[in-house]
Write a protein that binds this ligand. Structure first.
Ligand code: FMN
Length: 237
């Protein structure tokens, strides 16, 4: 009987999923974004940089969000003035090492959280030509103004059209949503997709595998899976 060595990893290469160096830059005040980045690091071999405000201990939500509101207003009023952006602790990033940059940020008053805007104001020009993806966490507000902030601050970024929006309505499903988004965005790299060789005796058995090479029993609409040596996307429920 003819033995076929079916290399899923080879299939992943053919399907355009390949190793690229990825940087995640995140800011988190109340840990929601930190949780997302922690989950992301389970799937992707990434370098992670946290943005920290220079002034520690500020309570942005105190007095009906007075500080957070004032920071966002200052940026909205004068977005081209460096003085409008709150100071952050220095970061030293060699951007030449990265093809992909994921910006993970909270939403504040419909805009990107002020400390992340500070980081991008200072470094956005160095991110030109990079593949930029956004992960935004809010309580409920939509993220279109955060996307606009990112495009203003990284004018020459090559933006992923699909940003990941985690909010209080879908937060419980965050790991699955993140997993799907990572796959659909083509962000895996070889170290995170080291899948085992699967021996097949020539008769494909119809088993389904996710993009990590793990056998799955079912998949959800929009999920990419591999079956009988071919890559599929589930389109119905
Ligand atoms: C100053 C400030 C302003 C906020 N404004 C909004 C808002 O306009 N709409 C919204 O849905 N959530 C708003 N939030 C909630 C955060 O976006 C949300 O809790 C997010 O998940 C926080 O991420 P983090 O825990 O990583 O800081 C605001 C939070 C803060 C601190």
């Amino acid at each position: 009987m003819r033995k076929i060595l079916f290399l899923l990893s080879g299939l992943l290469m053919i399907s355009g999923v390949f190793a690229q160096n990825t940087l995640v830059v995140y800011y988190s005040y109340t840990n929601n974004v930190r949780s997302i980045v922690n989950e992301l690091s389970n799937h992707l071999d990434v370098d992670i940089v946290e943005i920290l405000p220079a002034e520690e201990g500020l309570r942005y939500e105190a007095d009906n969000y007075a500080i957070g509101s004032a920071l966002i207003s200052a940026i909205r009023d004068n977005p081209d003035d460096a003085e409008s952006y709150p100071a952050i602790k220095p970061v030293d990033i060699d951007f030449s090492r990265y093809d992909n940059i994921i910006i993970a940020t909270p939403l504040w008053w419909s805009n990107m959280a002020a400390p992340m805007q500070s980081f991008l104001f200072q470094n956005g020009d160095e991110m030109g030509g990079k593949n930029i993806s956004l992960i935004v966490s809010s309580a409920s507000s939509g993220i279109s103004s955060v996307v606009e902030d990112a495009k203003r601050l990284i004018p020459d970024g090559n933006f992923n059209n699909t940003s990941l929006w985690i909010n209080n309505g879908n937060r419980a499903s965050m790991p699955n949503l993140l997993n799907e988004w990572v796959v659909q965005s083509g962000l895996q790299n070889s170290s995170s997709t080291s899948v085992p060789q699967i021996e097949n005796d020539g008769k494909f058995d119809g088993a389904m595998y996710d993009m990590y090479g793990r056998k799955i029993d079912f998949c959800v609409k929009g999920q990419i899976f591999i079956q009988n040596g071919e890559k599929w996307m589930k389109t119905d429920k």
